[in-house]
Design a protein around this ligand. Structure first.
Ligand code: ATP
Length: 399
Protein backbone atom coordinates (compact mmCIF):
# COMPACT_ATOMS: atom_id res chain seq x y z
CA UNK A 1 0.00 0.00 0.00
CA UNK A 2 0.96 3.58 -0.53
CA UNK A 3 0.34 5.59 2.62
CA UNK A 4 0.36 9.39 2.71
CA UNK A 5 1.29 11.02 6.01
CA UNK A 6 0.02 14.54 6.44
CA UNK A 7 1.04 16.23 9.68
CA UNK A 8 0.27 19.77 10.75
CA UNK A 9 -0.91 21.95 13.57
CA UNK A 10 -4.30 22.26 11.85
CA UNK A 11 -5.19 25.19 14.03
CA UNK A 12 -7.66 25.23 12.31
CA UNK A 13 -7.58 22.92 9.26
CA UNK A 14 -8.59 24.74 6.06
CA UNK A 15 -9.29 24.09 2.41
CA UNK A 16 -5.61 24.65 1.53
CA UNK A 17 -4.78 21.61 3.65
CA UNK A 18 -7.46 19.53 2.01
CA UNK A 19 -6.43 20.58 -1.47
CA UNK A 20 -2.80 19.70 -0.78
CA UNK A 21 -3.70 16.24 0.46
CA UNK A 22 -6.15 15.59 -2.39
CA UNK A 23 -3.66 16.66 -5.06
CA UNK A 24 -0.93 14.44 -3.65
CA UNK A 25 -3.34 11.53 -3.25
CA UNK A 26 -4.24 11.73 -6.95
CA UNK A 27 -0.74 12.42 -8.25
CA UNK A 28 0.92 9.61 -6.30
CA UNK A 29 -2.05 7.28 -6.33
CA UNK A 30 -2.13 6.87 -2.57
CA UNK A 31 -4.35 4.25 -0.98
CA UNK A 32 -4.73 6.06 2.32
CA UNK A 33 -3.86 9.45 3.78
CA UNK A 34 -3.24 9.69 7.51
CA UNK A 35 -3.96 13.17 8.83
CA UNK A 36 -2.03 13.67 12.06
CA UNK A 37 -2.49 16.85 14.10
CA UNK A 38 0.57 17.70 16.21
CA UNK A 39 0.37 18.04 19.96
CA UNK A 40 3.04 20.77 20.24
CA UNK A 41 4.49 21.85 16.87
CA UNK A 42 8.31 21.71 17.18
CA UNK A 43 8.98 24.39 14.57
CA UNK A 44 6.74 27.25 15.66
CA UNK A 45 5.53 28.97 18.76
CA UNK A 46 1.82 28.71 18.28
CA UNK A 47 -0.42 31.33 19.80
CA UNK A 48 -4.00 30.47 20.64
CA UNK A 49 -3.55 26.78 20.01
CA UNK A 50 -6.94 25.07 20.21
CA UNK A 51 -7.16 21.92 22.31
CA UNK A 52 -6.03 18.67 20.70
CA UNK A 53 -9.56 17.25 20.85
CA UNK A 54 -10.95 20.27 19.02
CA UNK A 55 -8.30 20.10 16.31
CA UNK A 56 -8.97 16.39 15.87
CA UNK A 57 -12.68 17.01 15.48
CA UNK A 58 -12.08 19.85 13.02
CA UNK A 59 -9.80 17.58 11.00
CA UNK A 60 -12.51 14.91 10.89
CA UNK A 61 -14.86 17.54 9.48
CA UNK A 62 -12.29 18.92 7.04
CA UNK A 63 -10.97 15.65 5.65
CA UNK A 64 -14.15 13.77 4.86
CA UNK A 65 -13.23 11.52 1.91
CA UNK A 66 -13.11 7.79 2.69
CA UNK A 67 -9.38 7.55 2.06
CA UNK A 68 -8.57 9.95 4.92
CA UNK A 69 -7.92 8.68 8.44
CA UNK A 70 -7.55 11.30 11.15
CA UNK A 71 -5.08 9.95 13.67
CA UNK A 72 -4.66 11.02 17.30
CA UNK A 73 -1.23 9.43 17.61
CA UNK A 74 0.70 12.68 18.21
CA UNK A 75 -1.97 14.21 20.41
CA UNK A 76 -1.95 11.07 22.57
CA UNK A 77 1.85 10.98 22.70
CA UNK A 78 1.90 14.61 24.01
CA UNK A 79 5.09 16.67 24.20
CA UNK A 80 6.80 18.00 21.07
CA UNK A 81 5.54 16.15 18.03
CA UNK A 82 8.56 15.08 16.01
CA UNK A 83 7.76 13.60 12.61
CA UNK A 84 10.67 11.20 13.04
CA UNK A 85 9.02 9.59 16.12
CA UNK A 86 5.71 9.36 14.29
CA UNK A 87 7.27 7.69 11.27
CA UNK A 88 9.09 5.17 13.47
CA UNK A 89 5.74 4.20 15.00
CA UNK A 90 4.05 4.05 11.59
CA UNK A 91 6.76 1.81 10.17
CA UNK A 92 5.74 -0.74 12.80
CA UNK A 93 2.02 -0.35 12.06
CA UNK A 94 2.46 -0.47 8.27
CA UNK A 95 5.44 -2.78 7.68
CA UNK A 96 6.35 -3.08 4.01
CA UNK A 97 4.15 -0.17 2.93
CA UNK A 98 5.52 2.85 1.11
CA UNK A 99 5.28 6.09 3.07
CA UNK A 100 4.84 9.49 1.44
CA UNK A 101 5.24 12.57 3.60
CA UNK A 102 2.98 15.43 2.45
CA UNK A 103 4.17 18.98 3.11
CA UNK A 104 3.78 22.54 1.81
CA UNK A 105 6.73 24.45 0.36
CA UNK A 106 7.27 26.49 3.56
CA UNK A 107 7.98 23.25 5.40
CA UNK A 108 10.28 22.00 2.67
CA UNK A 109 12.43 25.12 2.78
CA UNK A 110 13.23 24.54 6.45
CA UNK A 111 13.39 20.77 6.19
CA UNK A 112 17.14 20.60 6.91
CA UNK A 113 16.36 21.89 10.41
CA UNK A 114 13.90 19.11 11.20
CA UNK A 115 14.90 16.63 13.89
CA UNK A 116 16.60 13.59 12.23
CA UNK A 117 15.67 14.84 8.78
CA UNK A 118 18.11 12.48 7.02
CA UNK A 119 16.51 9.47 8.69
CA UNK A 120 13.08 10.83 7.75
CA UNK A 121 14.22 10.96 4.13
CA UNK A 122 15.30 7.34 4.34
CA UNK A 123 11.86 6.33 5.62
CA UNK A 124 9.55 8.40 3.42
CA UNK A 125 9.33 10.22 0.09
CA UNK A 126 8.57 13.92 0.34
CA UNK A 127 5.58 15.21 -1.65
CA UNK A 128 5.45 18.99 -1.89
CA UNK A 129 3.35 21.75 -3.40
CA UNK A 130 4.06 25.46 -3.44
CA UNK A 131 2.11 27.66 -1.03
CA UNK A 132 3.05 31.00 -2.50
CA UNK A 133 3.27 32.24 -6.06
CA UNK A 134 6.60 33.86 -5.12
CA UNK A 135 8.07 30.37 -4.55
CA UNK A 136 8.00 28.56 -7.90
CA UNK A 137 8.50 24.85 -8.30
CA UNK A 138 11.97 25.42 -9.80
CA UNK A 139 13.13 27.03 -6.53
CA UNK A 140 11.88 24.01 -4.60
CA UNK A 141 13.74 21.68 -6.96
CA UNK A 142 16.95 23.71 -6.44
CA UNK A 143 16.59 23.54 -2.68
CA UNK A 144 15.86 19.80 -2.75
CA UNK A 145 18.93 19.18 -4.90
CA UNK A 146 21.38 21.58 -3.21
CA UNK A 147 20.40 21.19 0.44
CA UNK A 148 18.85 17.75 0.71
CA UNK A 149 20.57 16.02 -2.23
CA UNK A 150 17.23 14.89 -3.69
CA UNK A 151 16.57 14.84 -7.42
CA UNK A 152 12.98 15.27 -8.56
CA UNK A 153 13.74 13.74 -11.96
CA UNK A 154 14.80 10.53 -10.24
CA UNK A 155 11.63 10.47 -8.14
CA UNK A 156 13.54 11.09 -4.89
CA UNK A 157 11.14 13.93 -4.14
CA UNK A 158 7.75 14.66 -5.68
CA UNK A 159 7.13 18.31 -6.54
CA UNK A 160 3.64 19.14 -7.76
CA UNK A 161 3.65 22.13 -10.05
CA UNK A 162 0.22 23.65 -9.34
CA UNK A 163 -1.20 27.11 -8.77
CA UNK A 164 -0.84 27.82 -5.02
CA UNK A 165 -3.88 28.43 -2.87
CA UNK A 166 -2.64 31.21 -0.66
CA UNK A 167 -4.28 30.73 2.69
CA UNK A 168 -3.02 29.95 6.17
CA UNK A 169 -4.39 29.09 9.58
CA UNK A 170 -2.73 32.25 10.91
CA UNK A 171 -4.74 34.48 8.58
CA UNK A 172 -7.91 32.57 9.34
CA UNK A 173 -7.36 32.91 13.11
CA UNK A 174 -6.83 36.64 12.65
CA UNK A 175 -10.03 36.91 10.66
CA UNK A 176 -11.98 35.00 13.32
CA UNK A 177 -10.46 37.09 16.12
CA UNK A 178 -11.77 40.17 14.30
CA UNK A 179 -15.28 38.77 14.01
CA UNK A 180 -14.94 37.22 10.53
CA UNK A 181 -16.11 33.76 9.53
CA UNK A 182 -12.93 32.44 7.90
CA UNK A 183 -14.76 32.57 4.57
CA UNK A 184 -13.85 31.34 1.96
CA UNK A 185 -11.02 29.27 3.43
CA UNK A 186 -12.88 27.18 6.00
CA UNK A 187 -15.28 24.47 5.00
CA UNK A 188 -18.75 24.98 6.45
CA UNK A 189 -18.54 22.06 8.89
CA UNK A 190 -15.32 23.41 10.41
CA UNK A 191 -16.69 26.96 10.53
CA UNK A 192 -19.80 25.66 12.34
CA UNK A 193 -17.68 23.80 14.88
CA UNK A 194 -15.55 26.87 15.56
CA UNK A 195 -18.67 28.93 16.14
CA UNK A 196 -20.30 26.30 18.31
CA UNK A 197 -17.20 26.08 20.51
CA UNK A 198 -16.36 29.81 20.39
CA UNK A 199 -12.80 29.06 19.27
CA UNK A 200 -10.29 31.73 18.24
CA UNK A 201 -12.24 34.68 19.65
CA UNK A 202 -11.88 36.78 22.81
CA UNK A 203 -13.82 39.42 24.69
CA UNK A 204 -12.74 42.12 22.22
CA UNK A 205 -13.85 40.34 19.06
CA UNK A 206 -17.12 42.33 18.74
CA UNK A 207 -15.18 45.60 19.03
CA UNK A 208 -12.63 44.54 16.44
CA UNK A 209 -15.52 43.60 14.19
CA UNK A 210 -17.06 47.03 14.70
CA UNK A 211 -13.77 48.78 13.92
CA UNK A 212 -13.14 46.64 10.88
CA UNK A 213 -16.42 47.89 9.47
CA UNK A 214 -15.73 51.54 10.31
CA UNK A 215 -12.03 52.00 9.58
CA UNK A 216 -9.80 51.73 6.55
CA UNK A 217 -7.49 48.72 6.69
CA UNK A 218 -4.38 50.67 7.67
CA UNK A 219 -6.23 52.50 10.43
CA UNK A 220 -7.76 49.26 11.66
CA UNK A 221 -4.34 47.59 11.94
CA UNK A 222 -3.00 50.72 13.66
CA UNK A 223 -5.81 50.45 16.23
CA UNK A 224 -4.91 46.83 16.98
CA UNK A 225 -1.28 47.82 17.45
CA UNK A 226 -2.14 50.77 19.70
CA UNK A 227 -4.23 48.42 21.83
CA UNK A 228 -1.24 46.08 22.17
CA UNK A 229 1.12 48.93 23.04
CA UNK A 230 -1.37 50.33 25.54
CA UNK A 231 -1.61 46.96 27.26
CA UNK A 232 2.17 46.71 27.40
CA UNK A 233 2.48 50.20 28.91
CA UNK A 234 -0.26 49.47 31.44
CA UNK A 235 1.60 46.33 32.50
CA UNK A 236 4.82 48.31 32.84
CA UNK A 237 3.37 51.25 34.78
CA UNK A 238 0.84 49.39 36.93
CA UNK A 239 -2.26 50.49 35.03
CA UNK A 240 -5.39 48.52 34.23
CA UNK A 241 -4.37 46.37 31.24
CA UNK A 242 -7.89 45.60 30.10
CA UNK A 243 -9.02 49.22 30.17
CA UNK A 244 -5.85 50.21 28.35
CA UNK A 245 -6.42 47.58 25.65
CA UNK A 246 -10.03 48.66 25.22
CA UNK A 247 -9.28 52.38 25.04
CA UNK A 248 -6.34 51.77 22.70
CA UNK A 249 -8.50 49.65 20.44
CA UNK A 250 -11.23 52.27 20.18
CA UNK A 251 -9.22 55.48 20.29
CA UNK A 252 -9.67 56.13 16.54
CA UNK A 253 -13.20 54.78 16.19
CA UNK A 254 -14.37 58.03 14.50
CA UNK A 255 -11.19 58.65 12.51
CA UNK A 256 -12.56 57.66 9.12
CA UNK A 257 -16.02 59.10 9.65
CA UNK A 258 -17.24 62.04 7.55
CA UNK A 259 -16.60 65.48 9.09
CA UNK A 260 -20.37 66.08 9.22
CA UNK A 261 -20.84 62.89 11.26
CA UNK A 262 -18.03 63.84 13.60
CA UNK A 263 -19.61 67.26 14.16
CA UNK A 264 -23.03 65.74 14.63
CA UNK A 265 -22.03 63.29 17.33
CA UNK A 266 -19.96 65.91 19.15
CA UNK A 267 -23.01 68.16 19.21
CA UNK A 268 -25.20 65.31 20.40
CA UNK A 269 -22.66 64.62 23.13
CA UNK A 270 -22.69 68.25 24.25
CA UNK A 271 -19.08 68.89 23.20
CA UNK A 272 -18.62 72.61 22.49
CA UNK A 273 -15.67 73.36 20.23
CA UNK A 274 -13.19 76.12 21.03
CA UNK A 275 -11.97 78.43 18.24
CA UNK A 276 -8.81 76.35 17.86
CA UNK A 277 -10.85 73.16 17.62
CA UNK A 278 -13.36 74.60 15.14
CA UNK A 279 -10.51 75.53 12.85
CA UNK A 280 -8.67 72.23 13.17
CA UNK A 281 -10.73 69.31 11.81
CA UNK A 282 -7.82 66.93 12.39
CA UNK A 283 -8.64 67.05 16.10
CA UNK A 284 -12.33 66.23 15.72
CA UNK A 285 -12.02 62.48 15.55
CA UNK A 286 -10.76 62.26 19.14
CA UNK A 287 -13.60 64.28 20.60
CA UNK A 288 -16.12 62.60 18.32
CA UNK A 289 -14.67 59.23 19.37
CA UNK A 290 -15.27 60.05 23.03
CA UNK A 291 -18.88 61.01 22.22
CA UNK A 292 -19.31 57.82 20.18
CA UNK A 293 -18.13 55.66 23.08
CA UNK A 294 -20.56 57.32 25.45
CA UNK A 295 -23.59 57.59 23.18
CA UNK A 296 -23.35 54.67 20.79
CA UNK A 297 -21.50 52.11 22.86
CA UNK A 298 -22.82 52.94 26.32
CA UNK A 299 -19.34 53.32 27.83
CA UNK A 300 -19.69 54.98 31.22
CA UNK A 301 -16.10 54.88 32.42
CA UNK A 302 -15.00 58.53 32.32
CA UNK A 303 -11.34 57.61 32.36
CA UNK A 304 -11.72 55.58 29.16
CA UNK A 305 -13.78 58.33 27.54
CA UNK A 306 -11.18 60.95 28.44
CA UNK A 307 -8.32 58.76 27.25
CA UNK A 308 -9.96 58.67 23.81
CA UNK A 309 -10.87 62.35 23.88
CA UNK A 310 -7.37 63.61 24.70
CA UNK A 311 -5.30 61.06 22.84
CA UNK A 312 -4.21 63.53 20.14
CA UNK A 313 -3.58 66.69 22.12
CA UNK A 314 -2.85 65.47 25.63
CA UNK A 315 -3.84 67.86 28.40
CA UNK A 316 -2.59 68.94 31.79
CA UNK A 317 -3.20 66.65 34.78
CA UNK A 318 -3.76 63.55 32.67
CA UNK A 319 -4.60 60.27 34.38
CA UNK A 320 -2.30 57.27 33.97
CA UNK A 321 -4.68 55.78 31.39
CA UNK A 322 -4.82 59.02 29.40
CA UNK A 323 -1.02 59.17 29.26
CA UNK A 324 -0.85 55.53 28.25
CA UNK A 325 -3.17 56.00 25.28
CA UNK A 326 -1.47 59.25 24.29
CA UNK A 327 1.92 57.51 24.18
CA UNK A 328 0.70 54.17 22.80
CA UNK A 329 -0.51 56.06 19.75
CA UNK A 330 3.06 57.28 19.15
CA UNK A 331 4.86 53.98 19.61
CA UNK A 332 2.54 51.39 18.07
CA UNK A 333 4.30 48.65 16.12
CA UNK A 334 3.70 50.01 12.61
CA UNK A 335 4.94 53.56 13.37
CA UNK A 336 8.08 54.37 11.44
CA UNK A 337 8.66 58.14 11.75
CA UNK A 338 12.34 59.08 12.18
CA UNK A 339 12.47 59.28 15.99
CA UNK A 340 10.16 56.40 16.79
CA UNK A 341 12.91 54.32 18.39
CA UNK A 342 13.83 57.20 20.71
CA UNK A 343 10.17 57.48 21.68
CA UNK A 344 9.92 53.75 22.33
CA UNK A 345 13.04 53.84 24.42
CA UNK A 346 11.72 56.76 26.51
CA UNK A 347 8.27 55.21 26.90
CA UNK A 348 9.42 51.72 27.78
CA UNK A 349 12.73 52.53 29.46
CA UNK A 350 12.25 55.88 31.20
CA UNK A 351 8.80 57.26 31.90
CA UNK A 352 5.52 58.25 30.30
CA UNK A 353 6.35 61.85 31.15
CA UNK A 354 9.74 61.76 29.42
CA UNK A 355 8.10 60.24 26.36
CA UNK A 356 5.27 62.79 26.49
CA UNK A 357 7.70 65.69 26.64
CA UNK A 358 9.59 64.33 23.67
CA UNK A 359 6.40 63.88 21.67
CA UNK A 360 5.19 67.38 22.52
CA UNK A 361 8.51 68.87 21.48
CA UNK A 362 8.17 66.93 18.24
CA UNK A 363 4.52 67.97 17.68
CA UNK A 364 4.84 71.61 18.68
CA UNK A 365 8.20 71.85 16.92
CA UNK A 366 6.71 70.65 13.65
CA UNK A 367 3.43 72.62 13.78
CA UNK A 368 4.83 76.07 14.60
CA UNK A 369 7.19 76.43 11.59
CA UNK A 370 4.30 75.50 9.29
CA UNK A 371 2.14 78.21 10.90
CA UNK A 372 -0.40 75.61 12.03
CA UNK A 373 -2.63 75.84 15.07
CA UNK A 374 -1.40 74.39 18.34
CA UNK A 375 -4.03 73.26 20.79
CA UNK A 376 -3.81 74.92 24.20
CA UNK A 377 -4.20 71.50 25.86
CA UNK A 378 -0.89 70.43 24.29
CA UNK A 379 0.82 73.64 25.40
CA UNK A 380 -0.52 73.21 28.92
CA UNK A 381 0.65 69.62 29.07
CA UNK A 382 4.04 70.70 27.77
CA UNK A 383 4.30 73.46 30.40
CA UNK A 384 3.22 71.10 33.15
CA UNK A 385 5.98 68.67 32.19
CA UNK A 386 8.58 71.43 32.02
CA UNK A 387 7.58 72.73 35.46
CA UNK A 388 7.80 69.18 36.84
CA UNK A 389 11.24 68.89 35.32
CA UNK A 390 12.32 72.24 36.84
CA UNK A 391 11.16 71.07 40.26
CA UNK A 392 13.15 67.88 39.78
CA UNK A 393 16.26 69.87 38.83
CA UNK A 394 15.92 72.06 41.93
CA UNK A 395 15.59 69.01 44.17
CA UNK A 396 18.72 67.55 42.56
CA UNK A 397 20.60 70.82 43.19
CA UNK A 398 19.67 70.76 46.87
CA UNK A 399 20.69 67.14 47.29
P1 ATP B 1 -0.09 28.54 10.46
O1 ATP B 1 -0.59 29.67 9.61
O2 ATP B 1 -0.67 28.50 11.84
O3 ATP B 1 1.42 28.43 10.44
P2 ATP B 1 -0.64 26.65 8.33
O4 ATP B 1 -1.77 27.22 7.57
O5 ATP B 1 0.73 26.77 7.75
O6 ATP B 1 -0.65 27.18 9.81
P3 ATP B 1 -0.12 23.97 9.30
O7 ATP B 1 -1.10 23.18 10.08
O8 ATP B 1 1.07 24.47 9.96
O9 ATP B 1 -1.00 25.14 8.60
O10 ATP B 1 0.28 23.20 7.96
C1 ATP B 1 0.31 21.82 7.81
C2 ATP B 1 0.91 21.51 6.46
O11 ATP B 1 0.08 22.03 5.42
C3 ATP B 1 2.29 22.13 6.22
O12 ATP B 1 3.08 21.20 5.54
C4 ATP B 1 1.99 23.31 5.35
O13 ATP B 1 3.09 23.64 4.54
C5 ATP B 1 0.83 22.82 4.53
N1 ATP B 1 -0.06 23.89 4.08
C6 ATP B 1 -0.75 24.74 4.86
N2 ATP B 1 -1.47 25.60 4.11
C7 ATP B 1 -1.24 25.28 2.83
C8 ATP B 1 -1.67 25.82 1.58
N3 ATP B 1 -2.48 26.88 1.51
N4 ATP B 1 -1.21 25.24 0.45
C9 ATP B 1 -0.35 24.20 0.51
N5 ATP B 1 0.09 23.67 1.65
C10 ATP B 1 -0.34 24.18 2.81
Amino acid sequence: MRIGVFGGTFNPPHIGHRRLAELVKQAVNLDRVLVIPTFIPPHKREQSLAAGEDRLEMCRRNFTEDYFTVSDTEIRREGKSYTFDTLCALKKDYPGDEIYLIIGSDMLLSFHRWYEYRKILSMATLCVISRESTVPCSQLADYARDTLGLLAERGEIILLDTEPLECSSTDIRFDLLCGGSGFPYLCQEVADYIKEKSLYIDAYTPYRQLLRGRLKKKRFLHSLNVADSARELARLYGGDEEKAYFAGLLHDVMKNAEAADQLQIMEKGGIILSQTEKNNPKLWHAMAGAAYLRLEMGVEDEDIINAVRYHTTGRKEMSLLEKIIYIADFISAERDYPDVEVMRHLALGESLEAASLYSLQYTIGSLAPKAQLIHTDSVEYYNELIIERMKGDQTDDRA
